[in-house]
Write a protein that binds this ligand. Structure first.
Ligand SMILES: [Zn+2]
Ligand SMILES: [Zn+2]
Length: 324
């Protein structure tokens, strides 16, 4: 039996202050979003037992500052590491950079596929996010003759979702999906009203309820394989809590899909969360889902008191490695 090369998805930062994760296949890494500074990235990588020299490609979902730090991107371009992003976003990013290095900005189609490294196939699909083109990402790994192909899906920063988006993200072994806010916390926040409207609108971010419904659709459209893990991304520090987000996702599993899919929630900020990446069970091993009701019932948990730090009151039922 051949010994498989280790693969994993390592989350380094999530939320409006920065998004970055590493997809690792043996010694080779791909950086998925680069919304943190060089020093923070290097420190997070060292903490995870990696170094930036292992990153052979960078893929950006879009160029909002929490996903694309121009100085970090420049550091990769200067090392001739390709940075893949939606093609229409390149001119604006190019203006901020030295002309000699911009040849390594590689355009992606809003909907298409491209081999970014040997054996690494990137598939993209457009996500609604206001005026900014944003990409849903599926990364497929083809490890060769003796190992099955692997798929991970990454959907963040979308104001609404559709059956087509759910179809695009189906059949993944790992799934990263935004669970941005709780609608009531968003409405009662002291944010400016234009920001509240933007976040609640079709060009903003998914609420817990919307994400749960999208997750349910993704599962119901997955005929062959289910994700082993759902990783909840881009939680609002002010308008969500990990408990609310987790409860929303687990309600989907309770009604239809058992407990065999593990839900992991990325606390806003910088941290490390490692998820092993291997071929999921077949759908038949998960069992037949019970009848799915049309509405996802979310068991609400107690909201934090006003003025309290929401994360302090929450127990995180999985391993986080907080960094100072
Ligand atoms: Zn964005
Ligand atoms: Zn964002």
């Amino acid at each position: 039996m051949p010994r498989f090369v280790e693969k994993e998805w390592i989350f380094l930062a999530s939320g409006s202050s920065g998004n970055a994760s590493i997809v690792r296949w043996g010694q080779i890494c791909v950086l998925l979003d680069a919304g943190i500074g060089v020093r923070s990235l290097e420190k997070s990588l060292l903490g995870a037992g990696l170094h930036s020299g292992q990153i052979k490609a960078v893929v950006l979902s879009h160029t909002h500052s929490d996903h694309c730090n121009p100085l970090t991107i420049m550091a990769f371009l200067e090392k001739k590491i390709p940075v893949f992003l939606e093609g229409t976003l390149i001119p604006a990013l190019r203006k901020k950079m030295n002309e000699e290095i911009v040849d390594f900005l590689i355009p992606l189609r809003a909907e298409g596929k491209k081999e970014i490294l040997p054996g690494w196939m990137l598939k993209t699909f457009p996500l609604p996010h206001g005026d900014m083109p944003n990409l849903g990402i599926v990364l497929e790994l083809d490890p060769g003759l003796f190992e099955p192909a692997l798929r991970l899906g990454y959907l963040t920063d979308l104001g609404t979702w559709s059956n087509e988006i759910a179809q695009f993200a189906s059949e993944c072994d790992l799934l990263g999906l935004e669970f941005n806010h709780d609608v009531e916390m968003q409405k009662s926040s002291n944010r400016p009203s234009y920001l509240i409207q933007r976040n609640l609108g079709d060009g903003g971010h998914l609420s817990n309820e919307q994400s749960a419904a999208c997750f349910k659709k993704i599962l119901s459209q997955s005929l062959d394989r289910f994700p082993r893990h759902l990783v909840q991304l881009h939680l609002s520090r002010q308008c969500n809590t990990p408990s609310l987000a987790k409860s929303a996702a687990e309600a989907v599993l309770e009604v239809g899909f058992g407990q065999k899919i593990q839900v992991k929630t990325c606390k806003p900020g910088v941290f490390r969360l490692r998820i092993p990446w291997c071929r999921t069970r077949n759908r038949k091993d998960i069992g037949t889902p019970k009848k799915l009701p049309g509405v996802v019932q979310i068991n609400r948990v107690k909201r934090p008191q006003k003025g309290a730090n929401p994360t302090e009151q929450l127990e995180l039922p999985f391993s986080f490695f907080p960094m100072e």
